[in-house]
Ligand binder design. Structure first.
Ligand code: SF4
Length: 251
């Protein structure tokens, strides 16, 4: 499996607290996949896709010191057995698969979940996905929680790439999916309400989360996003890891 690689060369696997959504605060082992099929301009894991031979725009382009990434520097290919061994060091059997877009490597996750369940049958799994890819039965049978974050126009990604209502509808029907929307201003909420005309999602599975890649941005956006959640009967998701650790990798 192609995993993101930390600056010290190790795979981006770490023990922390889930920072977003329904399981906020739950001790979890994160496994971060490299590669993504989108290119959101505010993405905080741009080292999983913003390669130096691509022309994708990113908000960080405004920083003269920002550089796109060399693919070879950012990816580590690890077998399921090697990942099982790496996570065995942690006192936790709840796993979060993240990215990038982890479902680009769906079969590898099925193999990994199978291996982890053989080692510890009580293992539980959640995945964070952009909601453009529909996994098959082998994956859906094993995963416990699906955290979808469909991208809005504020991502800068073309609508036909980021918006797959049939995928969202199918995942909503599993009963395992929550939908988390990144809100930067009230026009984003309008877009969410339009999406809900296409896709049937119970309000209790909808989270509004402030757009933020820094604590300052989180604090600037949190109040109005919380108010929108209250007004529409949705849930508010914080970004706990940003408050606890800042915009650092591997925590
Ligand atoms: S879908 Fe997620 S990982 Fe991919 S570019 Fe957008 S924010 Fe980043």
């Amino acid at each position: 499996m192609k995993l993101a690689r930390l600056p010290d060369g190790s795979p981006e696997i770490f023990f922390t607290l889930q920072g977003e959504g329904r399981h906020t605060g739950l001790p979890s082992v994160f496994i971060r996949a490299s590669l993504c099929n989108l290119h959101c301009r505010w993405c905080d894991t741009d080292y999983t896709w913003n390669w130096d031979d691509t022309s994708h725009a990113h908000d960080k382009d405004a920083d003269p010191s920002y550089r796109k990434y060399r693919r070879e520097d950012q990816i580590l290919d690890l077998s399921a057995a090697a990942i099982v061994e790496a996570v065995s060091a942690y006192p936790c059997r709840h796993y979060v698969f993240t990215g990038g877009e982890p479902l680009l490597q769906e079969k590898a996750w099925v193999t990994l979940m199978t291996a982890l369940l053989e080692t510890a049958p009580s293992s539980t799994f959640e995945i964070e996905s952009n909601g453009t890819l529909l996994p098959g039965a082998a994956f859906l049978d094993r995963i416990d929680q699906i955290n979808l974050s469909p991208k809005l126009a504020n991502s800068g990604v073309a609508r036909e790439l980021r918006y797959k209502p049939a995928v969202l509808e199918a995942l909503a029907a599993t009963g395992k999916a929550d939908f988390k929307f990144v809100i930067g201003d009230v026009t984003d909420l309008t877009e969410v309400l339009y999406l809900l005309k296409d896709v049937t999602i119970p309000p209790s599975h909808i989270f509004l989360m402030p757009k933020a890649i820094s604590v300052a941005e989180l604090e600037a956006n949190q109040t109005f996003v919380a108010a929108l959640a209250q007004e529409h009967g949705f849930r508010y998701s914080d970004r706990l890891h940003l408050r606890l650790f800042g915009a650092k990798r591997g925590v």
